[in-house]
Write a protein that binds this ligand. Sequence first.
Ligand SMILES: Nc1ncnc2c1ncn2[C@@H]1O[C@H](COP(=O)(O)OP(=O)(O)OP(=O)(O)O)[C@@H](O)[C@H]1O
Ligand SMILES: [Mg+2]
Length: 216
Amino acid sequence: MRTLAVIALKGGSGKTTIATHLALAAHLRGLDVLVADTDPQKSARDVLSSREAEGPAVVEVTGATLLSAQLAAQGLKKDLVVIDTAAGALEDVSEALVLADYSVLVVRPTLLDLAGLARTVVLVRKLKKPCAVVMNQAPVPREGSEAPVVRRFLRGLEYMRVPVIPVVVRARTVYQTALETGRSAEESADEAAKAEITALWDFVWRDMAMVLGKEP
Ligand SMILES: Nc1ncnc2c1ncn2[C@@H]1O[C@H](COP(=O)(O)OP(=O)(O)OP(=O)(O)O)[C@@H](O)[C@H]1O
Ligand SMILES: [Mg+2]
């Protein structure tokens, strides 16, 4: 079993969107997935409980009960646990970081997100845990050219020397509409969004395997 945490200290960056999409990607590929929702808002639970078809199981946990949920998942022979975390919840985030094999740090291309990321990276480095950053809600390139805000942001990430996932998740309405019924953008007709999520899943699953020294 592998455990993946989705983290950002800044609110609204897209943790729940990315966490539920990764959980659904794993489920659609035949893995047995549990989502551990540590956010008191319970957005991941709300999203996945609105799904009609079979989907990932969800448990509501706190930082303190995360370990017992993880052990229960292991007993149930789950393949993957995805932890969705709350913004600013430093203690729960630390707990999730400690228990996860790998963490995805979600950021929008804004200076405030970059500041939040810097604080998260300090924590991750202290705990010596593997992680990678995904840029979410980035503007769609115009005529093949990245918006200056995105280019500047990528330079900021270089300064931080933090591993960056080579897949940018763009601002697309389908990420909102699909999740309204608990579905992934991979299950939608939006080819661009589908390709983003497929590439994101492929990278995260392989990178996590590499970090753990296992076959993907
Ligand atoms: N790539 C995207 N394209 C368009 N909208 C997005 C995208 N990612 C997230 N959103 C929207 O942005 C809002 C915040 O996203 P989400 O709830 O996933 O963030 P969060 O980090 O989990 O927030 P919170 O800190 O409240 O837990 C939601 O309305 C969501 O639909
Ligand atoms: Mg959330």
